[in-house]
Design a protein. Structure first.
Length: 183
């Protein structure tokens, strides 16, 4: 009946090693649940976004004009000078130092002095800030902050008039340092 030749059914596989009866294990695919990883990534992202936007940079804006070699004529009565000595003491005088006596001033009083002097000569007074090279940078920044606060007070008092601020950072003359040395 069926003719074919020598097939008696399924033939056993050839033995491979001593454990030939062991079944081959199926490989189970590796599954990684990404949900917690994504949650942590977004939490970190939002944390860093909030903390970086809350921190305000400590920057002081200064616009520096190009260097000009020409001499500028300034009236003595229109020059208000603030000096910072090497021990961070602050002095001021108006005009030329030979004719005016430099006076020591505290940081609290400096604001009102600046406002008074600027209100006497609206839009004509030039403020010159001179700091000794061995004075601290922090004191220079404090004086600049006081000058900015005084400027806000001046603008309030001017009530709608246009304000032209005139300000310069200048090197200290050795004669000025000698004049304020004993004060």
């Amino acid at each position: 009946m069926g003719g074919g030749g020598g097939s008696l059914g399924p033939q056993p596989k050839a033995k491979r090693g001593k454990n030939s009866k062991r079944k081959k294990k199926k490989r189970v695919g590796f599954v990684l649940d990404m949900t917690p990883l994504v949650d942590i990534a977004f939490l970190l992202l939002t944390f860093f976004m909030f903390t970086t936007t809350m921190v305000t940079p400590q920057i002081m804006e200064m616009s520096v004009p190009p260097e000009v070699e020409s001499q500028v004529e300034v009236k003595q009565s229109e020059l208000f000078t603030i000096l910072i000595r090497e021990d961070d003491s602050v002095f001021y005088y108006q005009g030329i130092l030979e004719q005016a006596q430099a006076q020591p001033v505290t940081m609290k009083a400096l604001r009102s002095v600046c406002v008074e002097e600027n209100m006497k000569q609206v839009n004509r007074l030039i403020t010159a800030l001179k700091a000794d090279t061995s004075s601290s940078y922090g004191r220079l920044v404090q004086v600049l902050d006081v000058l900015n606060q005084a400027e806000a007070d001046i603008v309030k008092k001017m009530e709608g008039q246009k304000r032209e601020r005139k300000f310069t950072l200048a090197p200290v003359d050795p004669k000025e340092l000698e004049a304020i040395k004993d004060l």
